[in-house]
Structures are given as structure tokens and as C-alpha cells.
Design a protein around this ligand. Sequence first.
Ligand code: FE2
Length: 474
Amino acid sequence: MAVLGFSSSSCRSVAVVGAVLVLVMVLNGADLCNGGKTSSFVRKVEKTMDMPLDSDVFRVPPGYNAPQQVHITQGDHVGKGVTVSWVTQDERGSSVVRYWSENSEHKKEAKGNVHRYRFYNYTSGYIHHCTLRNLMYNTKYYYEVGIEHTVRQFWFMTPLEVGPDVPYTFGLIGDLGQSFDSNLTLTHYEHNPLKGQTVLFVGDLSYADQYPNHDNARWDSWGRFVERSVAYQPWIWTAGNHEIDFAPELGENEPFKPFTHRYLVPYRASNSTAPFWYSIKRASVYIIVLSSYSAYGKYTPQYKWLEQELPKVNRTETPWLIVMMHSPWYNSYNYHYMEGETMRVMFEPWFVKYKVDVVFSGHVHAYERSERVSNVAYNIINGLCAPIQDQSAPVYITIGDGGNLEGLATNMTEPQPKYSAYREASFGHAVFDIKNRTHAYYSWHRNQDGYAVEADSMWFFNRIWHPVDDSTSA
Ligand SMILES: [Fe+2]
């Protein structure tokens, strides 16, 4: 049988050559495709929309000038301090926090400060910040803000004293925004039976900058939305690109203006000179927060701070070393391609040298977990420019899937790169559950599942105390 003019023998030859070509392609593909799992889970396809301002989650608490947008974060370096912040909308009111430990009758008072800021045609309410210091470890505290008929009461737990085997459970949320999906994400986090005690928030809070004139009323609504969690447990803040609010067309030339007025971080306690990079200790963890949107080149303040900070981490005291930053270094989605690359070039050798356990990022509105890889050998001429398996390297986790109005990142690079262990374009949150100095259990939870369901998980073996291969333990 002649096919396209070939004789049957030449046709057989073509078939053999074709089969060899297919085999070569498959083998090549196998080599290229040696990444992890790309989930086939069918995620939502509806448009992601912000909740309207009259939604119940944005409700202003009743009473004239009642405190709203109450939130707490760690207020010192070791977990004995808590910074309480809130807004009074109508007038200055009181900046006093009354607080007492459970089983104590004696109410203490701490006086904070208050200020307002302007952004284009918006004037903020009165923003109060008050840091409670020298609290007892492992203690439930109640606290109150407001006066007379507008007093509002909340509570929080302080962590155990910093030590190598202190268990602790962190929630991970990023790029949250204030859409209907954001509300689902927060609800799932609140109902997760693993019970996160502190949220590591990897940046992009309110997305107010997506509104005309960066409508700062959407910073207020976001503050009211997340109060139900962040008034009761600290959220540890990372600055994302949606915190920059740089708008010279509006006469607003001060980057991070609304964010820094509203959200304090204890950066001075770690000798940082700016609130965008800092560190805290909490339980058995040393947490370093970096800024993807502040200078990090050699000789810059952030570079010099990190250079001095990493050798200070005592893994005998805090075996776990976590880094947070907004823009991921290892990202196989076709969104924000290589935006984290220049910071990776600057800092990755240090992360490998100091054996960072895990790096949490956001920015890409999806989920991804990497293998333990590094890419530090390249020197322009040696050609070693691909990531390699490296047991001294961190696991990189992108958790930018909080559910903001910009929607999901669904377009992935194909084939899945080797460094990518699991990726899925669904909204959700994660939990990093530290058991002791050697083991931590990590899980990712997509919004479409029941509260207890883990869509991805991994046992972490500590890089210092249990340095064996954990990258296939999912
Ligand atoms: Fe972002």
C-alpha cells in the first residue's frame, strides 16, 4: 500500500523512524516532565467578586464611635508583647487598653497612641495602637477597648516561652482581599480542626488599590472583615505589592502609606530600620519577614540586616527557621514570571547555608509546593543554571490563594518543572503544625472541601535536628 507516494518498504522505514522519534520525544518528555503533581481538581469557574459594602461581614459595631477593625500582632521579639490596634470613626475616643489574665480580678491599663492619615480625598478614622508588654507566657488574656456603652471585649492566648520542643500551630493565608471567596477562605481557616494559633500572612491584604483613587474605605471594610479572627489571634504581617499604594497621579508619593499607618510590626525589636523586614521568635520558631518591594541589593538596609540576622538564629533555642516574603522565588505558573528572581539571586545562598526549613510566599493566586531545591551554582559561564535537589535548601510554598477579586491564576507552565512537587489553582489556606524540634506537619486545604480535608500535605523533618530527605513524604 502506497502512502503519500511511499512504497510499503519505505513506509515501514518511515514507521520505524516515526516510532523511534515518538520514543525519543516520550523519553525527552519524561525527562522534562519529571515534576510532581499537577492537580486535576476542578476548581470554581465563576468570577471572583468583592462582597458589597453592606455585607454583614463589614458591619460597623453598634454605638457612637465604637471601636472597629480590632486587630493584634506580636508586639516584641519573643512573644511576651501584643500590639492591639483599632479604629474609632467619629472622634478620637480613648487609646487605653484594659487587660487581665484569666483568673485575675485586677485589670491593668496600657495607654497607646492615636493618629489619622490622609490619602487623596480620604481621611482615615482615628487609628489607635497600644502595645501590651511583659505578659505572662502561655496565658489567656482578656482585653477591652472603647468607653462606656461602646466597650468591646476580646481575648488572646500568649505562646509558651520560646524553646526547642514547644509545639505550635500556624495558619497560612495570603492575598486575601475581601471577595466572597476571601470569606470562604477565612471561614475554612477558622473551622479547620487543626486550630491555627497565629496566622502568617504573606502579603496583599485589602486590595483597596483596585478601587478608584485606591478607595481607602476598602481598607476599613477589610479591617472589619478579618476582625473576627485577628482580634483573637496575632497575624504576622508581610508587605505585598497591594500594600504599596504608590499613586503619584493622586499626589500620593509615599509608598506603603495606608499599610504602615494601620498595621504595626515589631521591627525595632529585631534591630530592623523599617517595618518591612523584621524577625520574631514564637514558640520553637524563628520567623524572618522580608520585603519583596524594598531594596535588597548589596549594601542596602535590608541586605545588611539579613546578613547580620541569619547568624543570630540559634537553632538550639528555635530549631525551626521560617521565612516569609510576598513574591515567590520558585513559581511554575505563567503569572508574575521571574518577579522573585533578583531577590533569589541575592539571598538564596544564605538560605541554603543557614538551612531555612520553609519559605512561604503569596502573590501568585494559586497553590504550589516545591521540592527541596537550590539554584546557587551558576556563575555566568559554567552553565549550571538549573535548580537541583538540595537537602540543605528550603521547601518553597506559594499560598497566594486567599481569594481576592483578581481571581485565580490558572495558567501553568508546561511541562511541570522538576522543582515543583504539587500545584493546583484553587483558593484555600494552609497550616504548619510544629510537633517538636524534629517534626512538623504541613497541610493545604482548598475551599471546596470539608473543613478537615487535606488536599496536599507533607511531614517536615527539621533541617538541623533531623536532616533527612523529607521531600517525598507527602
Ligand atoms: Fe501580590
